[in-house]
Every structure is written in C-alpha cells, then in structure tokens.
Design a protein around this ligand. Structure first.
Ligand code: PNS
Length: 165
C-alpha cells in the first residue's frame, strides 16, 4: 500500500489545502493529513491541534482513503512509523520554493525512503494561505471563497475581532 503524508499547520484548513489533499488521494492508496508542529508558528495559533483535526475531518468526510492525525515530533520519524513513501506538499509560488526545497532535502536526509512530491496549487488558490484567511476574517471580511463552506462559521466565529477599530 502506498501511503502519503500531507503535513502542515492547517490553522485553519483552507480550500487550497483541500484541493491538494483531494488530488493526493487520487494518486496514493492512503493519505494521512498530519497536523504538525511548526516551531516558528508556535505563538500565532488560532485553533488547538484537536480543533484543527476536527475541522479537517469534517471537510474530508467523503474521501474514503484520507485520514487525519497529529504529530508533535519530527515528520521523518512519523514517516518511518507509518511506512509512508511520500510527503505531499502544495507549491504556490516562487516564494514557497526555497523553504519547501530546504525541508524536502532535510527530510530526505533524515528519512531517505520517502520522497517529497510537490503538487502545483490550482491558479485560484495561488495567493491563499491560512494567515491571509485569519487576517481577513479577523477584520470581518468575506472568507467564503477561501475556506470550505462546512467550516466557514466556525472560522468566522473564532477569528472575528468584534472590537477592532
Ligand atoms: O503549514 P506549514 O506550517 O508551512 O507546515 C510546516 C510543517 C508543519 C510541515 C513543518 O514545520 C514540519 O514538518 N514540522 C514537523 C517537525 C519537523 O519534522 N521539522 C523538520 C522539517 S525539515
């Protein structure tokens, strides 16, 4: 069985993430969406790990070979434990490339049995990120084009800063 892992912060999951997960699910037998720890985003989280997992579970409900998990350690160790053969990541623009390339090389060094596979983001999601969603939602902007409809209200409720000036 060919298992792929889609790691990320997913704080929160966006339509861009969902597009990558859905396309990965057609390429691999099983896809694990892994809510992972990113040390550089430690202080900016809007949702807990459990909340993020639940949001992803809701939007991937119809995808039979997709499951959701979390990991607070190294991705390379998780790949080894699960026998995954690939890390799937979405690549939006040149600005993503250097960081993603560095992570792909580091993961290859730590766990040579897995490959990093980059899927180019669909053009409508080129500019999309969880940070952009969080900023727009916090200021009361319309994020319906950016996040799956099933979780729109949860995100609006959590992020809207009612007293922003
Ligand atoms: O969505 P993000 O925040 O860009 O995803 C980055 C993430 C979580 C995939 C990355 O920080 C990660 O893999 N964290 C797990 C810890 C780890 O293995 N770090 C070394 C990566 S080379």
């Amino acid at each position: 069985m060919r298992i792929a892992v889609c790691p990320g912060s997913f704080d929160p999951v966006t339509k861009g993430h969902l597009d990558i997960i859905e396309r990965a699910s057609r390429l691999f037998d099983k896809v694990i969406v892994l809510v992972s720890f990113n040390p550089s985003k430690r202080t900016t989280a809007a949702f807990t790990i459990e909340e993020r997992m639940k949001l992803i579970m809701r939007v991937t409900e119809g995808m039979e070979n997709v499951l959701v998990d979390c990991n607070s350690g190294l991705l390379a160790d998780y790949l080894e434990q699960t026998g995954a053969c690939a890390i799937v990541k979405g690549l939006r623009a040149v600005s993503d490339f250097e960081y993603e390339f560095q992570m792909a090389l580091a993961n290859k060094k730590l766990y040579p049995k897995a490959e990093t596979v980059f899927l180019t983001t669909s053009t409508e999601n080129m500019y999309l990120s969880s940070s952009v969603v969080k900023e727009i939602a916090s200021l009361g902007g319309d994020i319906s084009g950016f996040v799956p409809p099933e979780i729109l209200d949860d995100i609006k409720e959590r992020l809207f800063l009612k007293d922003h000036k």
